[in-house]
Ligand binder design. Structure first.
Ligand SMILES: NC(=O)c1ccc[n+]([C@@H]2O[C@H](COP(=O)([O-])OP(=O)(O)OC[C@H]3O[C@@H](n4cnc5c(N)ncnc54)[C@H](OP(=O)(O)O)[C@@H]3O)[C@@H](O)[C@H]2O)c1
Length: 292
């Protein structure tokens, strides 16, 4: 068997871009929307077959592609059904036995509206509240039924300095001296893209038992906690960050879980490196300028 080739699907996205940077010097094949639209099953299978034919070396396919816009998925559920729910299964199906499939998923597969309890175990029943969560849950099932030897890696509230996100939005508003309102009743684990990527690469290298893993930074926070931490780091006037409840915020198309903290039991049992507290990468990110 030859050396491993990486196939990064969703190569132009937040996680895809950081993965590609982290794999510099290794054989990486990228897959963007221009290579094949993930709504087209025949195109997906043909593109994958052509990539497999380029070499006999086994592939590690990391699927980071998704309709990740949670509200956008409510408006265009058809595309979300294909890209999030079906295409992951087509990719898993099209790989050879020697290849490995790693698929990214989300804490929004959980319902979390019965009040904060304990972090969600990997085996906890899913109960998505949105089209995004439902289609992502379907994608998990599609991957694991096509290829039970795959990894499904759920993560949450991903942030970095490179592509606009809730952290850079809060930071930029506070730097401009603008007030922000942030909800106290949505709690999860903010996770830095760089730390998630390091976790994914550790998983691929150690190859523990297949199935679902949760990969997220340590600690938990509400959106208000994140905004307050950014304000404190910037030395902003604390009055600029106002705590509100979700029912006081402008109505958005998708319902978000009130509590979707991912439990890290399987990650820890597999001896995978624990990700640091979210506050440490947060500090690094808010002190770096956005690249847009
Ligand atoms: N961001 C978060 O907070 C978060 C939280 C939990 C889980 N996740 C999961 O983490 C993974 C990576 O998310 P991300 O933040 O990197 O998302 P992202 O920045 O939106 O990247 C997703 C990529 O998927 C591509 N894509 C979408 N529809 C496509 C289609 N029809 N055909 C081909 N490519 C398509 C997009 O291509 P274009 O660039 O051409 O649009 C984009 O590059 C996803 O599985 C997401 O569900 C993300």
């Amino acid at each position: 068997m030859g050396r491993t080739r990486w196939l990064i699907v969703g190569a132009a996205g937040r996680v895809g871009r950081v993965l590609i940077a982290a794999l510099e010097g290794q054989p990486v094949r990228t897959w963007t929307r221009q290579d094949a639209d993930l709504t087209d099953r025949d195109r997906v299978l043909a593109t994958l077959a052509a990539i497999r034919d380029e070499s006999t070396d086994p592939l590690i396919c990391i699927n980071t592609a998704a309709v990740a816009d949670v509200d956008g998925a409510e408006k265009d559920s058809r595309t979300a059904v294909s890209v999030n729910g079906q295409a992951p299964g087509w990719l898993a199906e099209g790989l050879s036995d020697a290849d490995l499939m790693v698929h990214l998923s989300t804490d929004y597969v959980f319902g979390g509206n019965s009040g904060p309890t304990a972090p969600y175990d990997e085996d906890a029943p899913t109960a998505p509240l949105s089209v995004y969560g439902t289609t992502k849950r379907d994608g998990e099932n599609a991957v694991l039924s096509a290829r039970p030897d795959s990894y499904v890696v759920r993560t949450s509230w991903v942030f970095d300095a490179d592509k606009p996100n809730y952290v850079t939005l809060f930071r930029d508003r506070l730097l401009a001296g603008d007030p922000i309102e942030a909800v106290t009743d949505q709690v999860s684990r903010p996770t830095a893209t760089t730390d998630l990527v390091a976790g994914l690469l550790a998983l691929c290298s150690r190859r523990p038992d297949s199935g679902i893993y949760h990969c997220a930074n340590g600690g938990q926070a509400s959106r208000y906690d994140v905004a307050s931490a950014i304000g404190a780091e910037l030395g902003a006037d604390p009055c600029l960050v106002r705590a509100i409840r979700t029912d006081q915020a402008p109505r958005r198309p998708a319902i978000r879980p009130a509590y979707s903290v991912l439990g890290l039991r399987r990650w820890q049992e597999a001896g995978l490196p624990e990700l640091r507290s979210w506050r440490i990468p947060l500090r690094e990110v808010i002190l770096r300028p956005s690249l847009g």
